[in-house]
Design a binder for this molecule. Structure first.
Ligand code: KG4
Ligand code: ZN
Length: 342
């Protein structure tokens, strides 16, 4: 018996996506971003996002079916992000999924978006449970021990901004293009991380919680001091600010990962591993810090390819397939949930 063919839908933030996954094989993964729609507003506008999802989900499904060269009748189950996220978008996805499941008379599987991210290393690398996951994106930041497809132990997370959000705000404060992560990282390569002092928030406190909002305030203060002093910022000032900011994010995340690893190893994993996911996982300085701390503690380090690290529907289809295999399907009363902690 071949593995079941799962159609996955994702629409919880600003990416509309559909994918077809069979076992660990991604047959198609279509992602339609909305950056251009929200650019003028300086952030995702929920109403605009919801409308775009409603208009594009069917197109994504059609394109995914074409790419995978399969028909709707071949699909064995429909997996959909049922939260957490912007409620209008999540509702659009859930409604489309219910329509498909009813029309095709196929099972519906509601998936937690965070579980989708957390299970991706099993899709890409076949990681064995339990593994440690650091989820770092524009909206999320948490350490999880992934024990099974439905069991997650949260070790800590941000108490304010997510790191991607901090990168994006930093870019905005320095007049760099969005998304901020890649532009700040590019500037940081040319900068001196030691010239400006940035705090290392919460390092003096025990545990794995993080905080990033203070870094933005520190950056603003340093920028204003330079501007007041010299009447403007030079290219080098900006690069040095980016380098200092990024080093602070790297140091805090690396040190907190060290602590999370100690807690994780108490569970005596047979194949200890750390996986990162989320857009910020693309940051090379952060990766280098994480690789070092993994090597020191005997953990394998895994980072899924970026297209599967950022929001996509393949991760939802895959998580759906694990739930489906366990018989954990949803009824037609599946609700869209704006908040849904793991
Ligand atoms: O996972 P993602 O695509 O979307 C969600 O947040 O759900 O993550 C996007 C975030 C943005 O804040 C972006 O600035 C950040 O990931 N990012 C980076 C890098 N590339 C993207 N942050 C730091 N360094 C990067 N190279
Ligand atoms: Zn996400």
């Amino acid at each position: 018996m071949p593995d079941p063919l799962i159609l996955g839908l994702e629409s919880s933030c600003d990416d509309t996506a559909a994918a077809l996954v069979r076992g660990r094989e991604v047959l198609a993964s279509v992602v339609m971003g909305q950056n251009a729609l929200h650019a003028a507003f300086g952030g995702v506008v929920p109403e605009i996002a919801a409308r775009a999802h409603a208009e594009r989900l069917d197109l994504c499904v059609e394109q995914a079916l074409d790419e995978a060269r399969v028909g709707l009748a071949d699909v064995d189950a429909i997996a959909v992000t049922a939260g957490p996220g912007l409620i209008g978008g999540v509702l659009s996805g859930v409604m489309v999924a219910k329509g498909l499941a009813t029309g095709l008379r196929k099972p519906l599987v509601g998936v937690n978006h965070l579980a989708g991210h957390a299970l991706t290393p099993r899709l890409t690398d076949g990681l064995e449970f339990p593994y440690l996951m650091l989820l770092v994106s524009g909206g999320h930041c948490q350490f999880l021990v992934v024990r099974s497809a439905t069991e997650f132990r949260r070790l800590g997370g941000t108490i304010d901004d997510a790191p991607g959000e901090a990168f994006d705000k930093t870019a905005r404060l320095l007049g760099l293009p969005q998304p901020g992560g890649p532009s700040v990282e590019a500037e940081a390569l040319k900068g001196d991380e030691k010239r400006f002092r940035f705090p290392r928030p919460l390092l003096d406190r025990p545990g794995c919680d993080l905080s990033f909002s203070g870094l933005k305030t520190a950056l603003m203060r340093q920028r204003d001091a330079i501007t007041a002093d010299k009447g403007g910022m030079t290219v080098q000032d900006r690069a040095d600010l980016c380098a200092g900011f990024q080093a602070a994010v790297r140091d805090v995340l690396t040190e907190k990962t060290r602590r999370a690893i100690a807690l994780y190893l108490e569970e005596s994993p047979s194949q200890p591993a750390l996986a990162v996911a989320g857009g910020v996982a693309a940051n090379m300085a952060l990766r280098a810090g994480l690789e070092t701390v993994c090597a020191e503690n005997g953990l394998a380090f895994t980072a899924p390819p970026l297209r599967l690290c950022t929001d996509n529907a393949a991760m939802i289809a895959y998580a759906g397939s694990e739930l489906f295999a366990r018989g954990e399907t949803s009824g037609m009363d599946l609700s869209a949930r704006p908040r849904w902690p793991l």
